[in-house]
Design a protein around this ligand. Structure first.
Ligand SMILES: [Fe+2]
Ligand SMILES: [Fe+2]
Length: 346
């Protein structure tokens, strides 16, 4: 694995090489020096004196170039509290007291990446083809590549076909039986959103647009560190804050691609907004939240409740629907009532 090592002290480099090479390849980024070639994969480690504002500024410039790397470890000696806060403000995803502590973390990241790659099954059925398109899209984005809209479109149209042909319940059962983890959620949300769109009378083109927004709604999570994304339990407040960056990350990943529609960007950025203004990232209020996004948000929460997680068993569809109904004020009442038929369809 590549280890991008950002430092203000060239004398630290031999020690870093001694710890990590030859297992990993260390790419030094010296503040004020010539920048090496930018790659978007690997792990980033920053060991810079953050008490000095000029160095913080230089670090920020380098981080801008390496922003696509999901895992950003900062070394803060003695874990001085103000400097730890500074590290997180610069975009750290974890702070360690000594460079050596990165060894087990990098091993863990490598293991998780290998497992994600192994998830890309040989597509033998239509269902597997949809899941495989999802899996390869996520793996590519995690590896620093741009979003492949053709993958997303392929997955979406397969799901639309299946939901139209066999109904939503069959799709939900199949996804929950065969796929776990990162992709299960997106496969479920897309099926639910498509079923919901069809149910409220969306045209074919609108269902396809909603399906694409659902497919890609959490694509920003491909750039969230796996230690947070796959954590089997509750997130700490800081981890939660990092996780909450995913709508904006997703929006940024898509916004410069050719042929990206406004509805898609809207769905990706705003699927965690609530009508009462308590959502994120923009704290939108009812009048600013479009209808497709309202559908997507309901589909997203419902899917998250009914999927299996390592730390809890899946909720029944009735129980999940009851929870949604308790969120009136945040979600649209008439839409929730329309969703009943979708949620509880046999
Ligand atoms: Fe999300
Ligand atoms: Fe989601």
């Amino acid at each position: 694995m590549l280890l991008h090592f950002v430092t203000d002290e060239p004398t630290k480099l031999p020690a870093i090489r001694a710890i990590f090479e030859p297992q990993h390849r260390v790419i030094p980024w010296l503040l004020g020096g010539r920048d090496p070639e930018v790659t978007a994969h690997g792990v980033l480690m920053v060991d810079v004196d953050l008490r000095r504002s000029a160095r913080v500024d230089q670090t920020r410039l380098i981080l801008k170039q390496l922003g696509r790397i999901p895992e950003k470890l900062f070394v803060v000696h003695n874990l001085v509290r103000s400097l730890v806060a500074q590290a997180y403000a610069l975009g750290a995803t974890a702070v360690i007291a000594r460079a050596k502590e990165a060894v087990p973390r990098i091993a863990q990241i490598e293991k998780a990446e290998a497992a994600a790659q192994a998830d890309i099954a040989d597509p033998t059925t239509e269902m597997d083809a949809g899941a495989a398109a999802f899996a390869s899209m996520f793996a590519n984005v995690r590896g620093g590549k741009p979003v492949n809209l053709a993958d997303a479109e392929r997955a979406t149209s397969l799901i639309i076909k299946r939901v139209e042909r066999d109904g939503l319940a069959a799709w939900l059962d199949e996804v929950r039986r065969y796929h776990e983890g990162t992709f299960q959620h997106c496969l479920l949300v897309t099926g639910v959103a498509v079923g919901f769109g069809i149910n409220v009378g969306f045209t074919g083109a609108d269902v396809a647009r909603l399906g694409m927004a659902a497919t890609l709604h959490d694509i920003g999570k491909a750039r969230i560190p796996l230690s947070i994304l796959d954590k089997p339990g509750r997130l700490e407040p800081l981890e939660e804050e990092i996780m909450k960056r995913h709508p904006v990350i997703g929006y940024d990943l898509l916004t410069d691609l050719p042929d990206v529609g406004a509805e898609l960007l809207d769905g990706v950025r705003h699927h965690h907004e609530y009508l009462d203004g308590s959502g994120y990232p923009d704290g939108l209020r009812a009048s600013q939240i479009s209808d497709p996004v309202r559908l997507l948000t309901i589909s997203d929460i419902f899917s998250a409740l009914i999927e299996s997680r390592p730390y809890r068993s899946p909720m029944s569809r009735q129980a999940a629907y009851d929870i949604l109904c308790g969120m009136e004020g945040k979600l649209e009442g008439p839409l929730l009532r329309a969703f009943r038929q979708v949620a509880l369809a046999a």
